[in-house]
Write a protein that binds this ligand. Structure first.
Ligand code: UT7
Length: 325
């Protein structure tokens, strides 16, 4: 009996050129490089240029992933863009990406799960592949999240950045005696009772404006480590692996203290944890694929490695996905 599995064909990323340091921020809002580094672990973040939209960031990351995979847009059947900051209320940023890539076939849609968006999108792509709806899926996490910030609110404006990361998943048939590879297991969760702990106070149906980010930071922090570790354990349990089998842990990049706390609770050595929050800040749905791209490009993540992706954010939503690279 053959088994269809979603394997990773390539990854890529894009960061806007403009880098905003903590010291620069401290000139306009009552904060300091020392506070931000100590409490969050961020040194700098990238900011999209005027006229540079989420779909532009997504296309640049998609092209990098296609190059990495040795594929062209003709080879892709489905584009999923995980984003909270689409160019327009509609159409989906994914259809704009499809157009900009010159793709006239297949289908494309956006997925909204805030910071967990990429993990949700990878899991959705895996289901589409296993159900025969698509063979090659371009999964993108892309955000111009800084456009949702109130730059006078020091409790949120220091935390976020812009960027995009992409992954190409391909359905392959494994022979009976072939070891498992690709996406091995995933677990997704949400709990809407926490919606107002991290939300944006606008939207087409409520205010008719995009709104600004509001967060009860310590409350989100209080939930983060437990929810992250629960969903990682649930994913491991489904796959039959244990924490000791993991080669790499690629968590959502919101706060270095949350990443360290989750790593310590799981009993993972710090050298197995991929951390980019210092240079990217929290890029919401883009954070996991951006971190993945860094660790693939610098040679840490190699074929055969066991990689755990994890994210948690607004909603609350949270999830994890285990991949044999
Ligand atoms: O991506 C989705 C998931 N998001 C997260 O996981 C974020 C989770 N939350 C966090 O990472 C942290 O709660 C924050 C980084 C947001 C805040 O860190 P904290 O250690 O929880 O600080 P706090 O909110 O308890 O604030 C401590 C102090 C306060 O001053 P007082 O009341 O003690 O005088 C704040 O007003 O730090 C002050 N403060 C700041 N000071 C300088 C808050 N923001 C800043 C700032 N610069 N930017």
């Amino acid at each position: 009996m053959t088994r269809i599995r979603s394997i990773v064909r390539g990854v890529g990323s894009y960061l806007p050129q403009r880098v905003l340091t903590n010291d620069e921020l401290a000139k306009t809002v009552d904060t300091s490089d020392e506070w931000i580094q100590q409490r969050v672990g961020i040194k700098e973040r990238h900011i999209a240029a005027e006229g540079e939209f989420t779909s532009d960031l997504a296309v640049a990351a998609a092209r990098a992933a296609l190059d990495n995979a040795g594929l062209t847009p003709d080879d892709i059947d489905l584009i999923i863009v995980a984003t909270t900051t689409p160019d327009y209320t509609f159409p989906a940023a994914a259809t704009l990406v499809q157009m900009k890539l010159g793709m006239r076939h297949g289908f494309a849609f956006d997925l909204q799960a805030v910071c967990s968006g990429f993990v949700y999108a990878v899991t959705t792509a895996d289901s589409h592949i296993k159900n025969g709806l698509a063979r090659r899926v371009l999964v993108i996490g892309a955000e111009t999240f800084t456009r949702l910030l109130d730059w006078t609110d020091r409790t949120t404006c220091v935390l976020f950045g812009d960027g995009a990361g992409a992954m190409i998943l391909e359905g392959v048939e494994l022979a009976e005696d072939e070891p498992e590879r690709g996406i091995l297991a995933s677990a997704l969760r949400s709990d809407g009772q926490h919606w107002d702990k991290l939300y944006v106070d606008g939207g087409p149906s409520s205010t008719g404006t995009a709104g600004h980010v509001h967060m009860q930071g310590p409350e989100v922090f209080r939930h983060a480590v437990g929810k992250i570790t629960d969903v990682v354990y649930a994913t491991l349990e489904k796959s039959g692996y244990t924490v000791a089998d993991l080669d790499w842990f690629v968590p959502h990049q919101a706060n270095k203290r949350i990443i360290d706390g989750a790593g310590a609770k799981l009993g993972l050595p710090t050298e197995k944890v991929v951390t980019t929050v210092d240079i990217h800040a929290n890029t919401s749905a883009a954070s996991v694929p951006l971190a993945l791209s860094v660790a693939v490009a610098d040679g840490r993540i190699k074929p055969g490695d066991l990689v755990m992706l994890e994210a948690m954010g607004g909603g609350f939503t949270w999830g994890a996905s285990l991949i044999r690279w």
